[in-house]
Design a protein around this ligand. Structure first.
Ligand code: COA
Length: 170
């Protein structure tokens, strides 16, 4: 995947995580407001588990199998204001997208701005987002970023998800 970083938008830079992002990243993902609607493993809800995830991503960038977890940095201050992650969907050409914004900065349109920028940066990929049925903010982000509601997914043994899709743009 040819993802050139950083990606700049009006208010954000989408960039690799840096060491200074660890603390705000851990604070975000261990906040109950973050995982209340998500199926986050218990371990990842602890500061140790969240820091492990962060280190794993940081250590993967320059390998053959990078994990595309990125920081949303405030373009003015560089501060961590959220994160986006891309995961290849097995057996498909699509990328699954995940996004989160720190509670203090929610409701400013930052998630939509970040997701749109990723779609523009990767026009040859189809995207899918799977949001919990109760996660209205997440559904609104997917729709506002141009994705189409593809109905409810009922995986065997897993939680139901609202599925949003975007075909490749070229
Ligand atoms: C989902 C999340 C990233 C939204 O971030 P955000 O930057 O506040 O979103 P935006 O400001 O870009 O708002 C996008 C839309 O969601 C709506 N929205 C934001 N928060 C909302 C809420 N709590 N309830 C309902 N709608 C909400 C906005 O009104 C806007 O809708 P519109 O475009 O139709 O006007 C943020 O709530 C979050 O981090 N949640 C926890 C993690 C998570 O659930 N991630 C999704 C996993 S798939």
């Amino acid at each position: 995947m040819d993802l050139r970083l950083p990606i700049e938008t009006d208010r954000l830079e989408l960039r690799r995580h840096e060491a200074g992002d660890r603390e705000p990243f851990v604070a975000l993902v261990t906040d109950p407001r973050f995982y209340e609607h998500l199926s986050v493993p218990e371990r990842q809800r602890t500061p140790e588990g969240a820091a492990e995830v962060f280190e794993l991503v940081l250590g993967s960038y320059d390998t053959d199998e990078p994990v595309w977890g990125l920081t949303l940095g405030d373009r003015e201050t560089g501060a961590f204001v959220g994160t986006v992650a891309l995961h290849p969907v097995p057996f498909g050409e699509a990328l699954e997208i995940f996004y989160a914004v720190v509670p203090d900065r929610q409701g400013e349109g930052l998630a939509v701005e970040a997701v749109r920028a990723l779609f523009e940066a990767l026009p040859e990929y189809a995207f899918v987002a799977r949001t919990p049925l109760t996660n209205d903010a997440s559904k609104r982000v997917a729709a506002a970023a141009g994705m189409t509601d593809d109905g409810i997914e009922r995986p065997l043994g897993g939680p139901e998800r609202q599925r949003f899709v975007l075909p490749a743009r070229r």
